[in-house]
Design a protein around this ligand. Structure first.
Ligand code: NAP
Length: 218
């Protein structure tokens, strides 16, 4: 199982301003993102990103013979049914949620299921354990997972230590506030935080950002 986080961040490690503006990527960065989408079996975002950005998560900017599954991680099953993920469906999309989320949103569950959206139930409570989520995806034959944020979902994955790589594009902007690449309660000590080493560092063709590939090490 491979889990890769792809994020485009400001120099101060933020992926959106405090008003939610996340338009940080240049054309080359978007192409790189779509190359990663082409690599993946499934592309995931958190519930808030799905609501705020309403992404389609298609592979469009990179030649690709396949489309990955597209999905949202939403433990409380609060995403609306009219997201692009569910209305633009030439390829399958999924909601990864909990039993609690489904119990509390039975009508939405039935509606989305009847439209062909696959609802994957990965845990009991709405705060899901990401090891369970990844295990469930693995059971379904999904091996390559690309996570496009936001910070809350990234934190859940880092906290439960299921991330193998972090592909971060650092853009020459300082936002001063807003959502961080990884945003959660955080670790108490440096020693308990997972370690990553840079595998490659590359200045972007646009000359204004740097692509860094970080690999998880024991
Ligand atoms: N620049 C970039 O590369 C980039 C990329 C993506 C997003 N963004 C920006 O980031 C912002 C959104 O980030 P965010 O941190 O606020 O939200 P987020 O990570 O997109 O979504 C958080 C939500 O994901 C669900 N989730 C996360 N961990 C979970 C777990 N362990 N179990 C169950 N559900 C879980 C929860 O949904 P429930 O509450 O329903 O349980 C949680 O509220 C937006 O402004 C967006 O534009 C930027």
């Amino acid at each position: 199982m491979e889990v890769v986080i792809f994020s485009t961040a400001s120099l101060d490690g933020r992926i959106a301003t405090r008003t939610g503006d996340s338009k940080l990527s240049c054309e080359h960065d978007l192409r790189l993102l779509h190359k990663w989408r082409c690599w993946a079996d499934i592309v995931l975002v958190g519930a808030r990103t799905a609501i705020v950005d309403n992404p389609g998560l298609f592979v469009k900017r990179y030649p690709c013979s396949r489309q990955p599954l597209r999905g949202v991680v939403d433990g409380s099953f609060r995403v609306p049914h009219n997201l692009r993920l569910f209305t633009e469906m030439p390829w399958l999309s999924v909601v990864i949620t909990s039993w609690r989320g489904v119990r509390q949103n039975q009508l939405k569950y039935k509606h989305l299921s009847s439209k062909g959206v696959r609802v994957i139930i990965a845990d009991d409570e709405s705060k899901m354990n990401m090891k369970r989520v990844i295990y469930r995806l693995n059971e379904l034959g999904i091996r390559k997972v690309l996570v496009e944020g936001g910070g809350g979902l990234n934190w859940s994955l880092v906290k439960d230590d299921v991330v193998n790589k972090m592909e971060i594009t650092y853009v020459g902007k300082v936002l001063g506030n807003g959502t961080q690449v990884v945003e959660g309660e955080g670790f108490l000590t440096v020693s308990e935080a997972p370690s990553f080493v840079p595998e490659s560092i590359r200045v972007c063709e646009c000359g204004k950002c740097v692509h860094v590939s970080w690999k998880r090490i024991p």
